[in-house]
Design a protein around this ligand. Structure first.
Ligand SMILES: CC(C)(COP(=O)(O)OP(=O)(O)OC[C@H]1O[C@@H](n2cnc3c(N)ncnc32)[C@H](O)[C@@H]1OP(=O)(O)O)[C@@H](O)C(=O)NCCC(=O)NCCS
Length: 415
């Protein structure tokens, strides 16, 4: 066995057999953010392409959203949850420092056998976790691996900082990778880490260097901070080179790739990637206008939407590429082998029994920041187009999703 570039290939290949996503029902529009900081819809759209983002409800967490996306991916793969051998959950917003969020997800999805752990590589986390899963499969250590990206970023944003709070949102996406000797599947991966950018996107306090204290809270040091320009420069340079390295390792050229699933941070960054690879924007899947940057969840949410909306066919070459804090960057090139209709067929298998076990004798605070909660609670109907998930008629919902039918994929209001 050898890869297209002639290198010996070890073990079976990892094929994507299941996919799924979950977007929480709360919607925060650019107009809403105008009530929080000095900004405008026009500025946000022209500089980023983002129009709205989702906000996890008070009862929702990274674990609960990740569990729903994970169960959907397992249903699409046609597996029983207990057939999953390893659960890898990429996040920068875990429910707790410990236990791992993956451990909570394992219990919630009804799996009794898997090893479960979190992966920390910020917005590149899903691609890093995917690559880890692929290595487990190639080494013969696992047959089915559940890879989840899940984020509750709105819990860690400073809604007095207009340079960051406009960018990010909440959600989860997942894939099941399964071992197979069949042709296709994962062809090549590329991962990079550039620690010179370590403090370009970071959360200063809460860790061992700066444990929580009244001072760290007063200085807003538990919230995400970012040097936007430096990050932008890194992203535009690195996304294209990382994608290209993975494509070439797979023995392909950029023009051989049918669809790119880029990290959904900024439309201008995605345009720069297309330009860097010499490709038209039609090859780039974009949904950041509706979700903003959901960090580790961004690529798997976009992948699930792309497949369920008919953008991916069997034998298509698909490249997922991400960048993030660290600075990290990762890309994976796959030849698609699963029937895309499986996602739509499994849409009826909505998991409604997801339950994250709560700690004993401990009453948590309301996790939603008061300023954000006030904006979300303000009356006024807003439009939530359901074709953000699969093509279909636009529907209307109130701002927290009440009254909206459950979308096959995003599952508004069903957590
Ligand atoms: C954040 C980002 C959109 C800012 O866009 P930009 O064109 O670089 O804007 P600048 O930072 O140069 O700011 C330009 C001006 O807009 C202002 N500004 C910043 N945020 C603003 C907002 N939300 N609304 C209105 N004005 C804003 C700045 O204060 C600055 O004003 P000044 O010229 O008076 O100082 C852009 O840098 C970016 O996308 N960076 C990458 C971020 C990213 O992808 N992070 C995630 C990594 S996974």
């Amino acid at each position: 066995m050898s890869d297209a570039d002639g290198r010996p290939r070890i073990g079976p290949r990892a094929h994507i057999t299941g996919w799924g996503a979950y977007a929480p029902p709360g919607v925060l529009t650019n107009a809403d953010i105008e009530h929080l900081v000095d900004t405008s819809d026009e500025w946000i759209v022209s500089r980023t392409g983002i129009r709205e983002r989702r906000v996890a409800g008070p009862h929702e967490t990274t674990a609960s959203m990740g569990a729903i996306a994970g169960r959907r991916a397992i249903a699409v793969a046609g597996l029983d949850p207990d057939e999953i051998d390893v659960i890898l959950l990429a996040t920068l917003t875990p429910d707790y420092w410990m236990p791992s969020t993956a451990a909570l997800v394992k219990e919630a999805i009804g799996n009794t056998r898997a090893a479960a752990m979190d992966v920390a590589a910020a917005c590149s986390g899903f691609v890093f976790a995917y690559s880890t899963a692929q290595a487990y499969i190639a080494a013969g250590m696992a047959k089915h691996v559940l890879v989840i990206g899940s984020e509750a970023l709105t819990r860690f944003l400073d809604y007095t900082d207009r340079s960051t709070c406009i960018l990010f949102g909440d959600g989860a996406g997942a894939v099941v990778l399964s071992a197979s000797e069949a042709p296709g599947g994962t062809m090549a991966t590329e991962l990079t880490t550039e620690p010179a950018g370590a403090y370009m996107i970071w959360i200063p306090a809460g860790g061992a260097k700066a444990p929580p204290s009244p001072g760290t809270i007063a200085r807003h040091e538990h919230f995400l901070r970012m040097e936007g320009k430096e990050t932008y420069r890194f992203a535009t340079k690195t996304m294209a080179t990382t994608a290209l390295a993975s494509i070439e390792r797979a023995g392909l050229r950029p023009e051989d790739v049918d669809l790119f699933i880029p990290h959904q941070a900024n439309i201008r960054i995605i345009e720069a990637v297309a330009k860097g690879l010499g490709l038209p924007m039609e090859r780039m899947f974009v949904n950041l206008d509706r979700y903003g940057n959901t960090s580790a969840a961004s690529v798997p949410i976009a992948l699930a939407e792309a497949v369920d909306s008919g953008r991916v066919k069997i034998s298509d070459r698909v490249v997922m590429v991400a960048f993030g804090a660290g600075f990290t960057s990762g890309a994976v090139t796959v030849e698609w082998t699963a029937d895309p209709a499986n996602g739509r067929r499994a849409a009826d298998a909505q998991p409604r029994d997801i339950h994250i076990r709560q700690p004993l004798d401990w009453n948590s605070v309301d996790p939603i920041q008061p300023a954000l909660a006030a904006v979300l609670a303000a009356p006024g109907p807003i439009s939530v187009p359901l074709d953000d998930v699969v093509s279909g008629e636009p529907e209307h919902a109130d701002r927290n999703g009440a009254g909206a039918p459950v979308a096959p994929l995003a599952g508004r209001g069903d957590a």
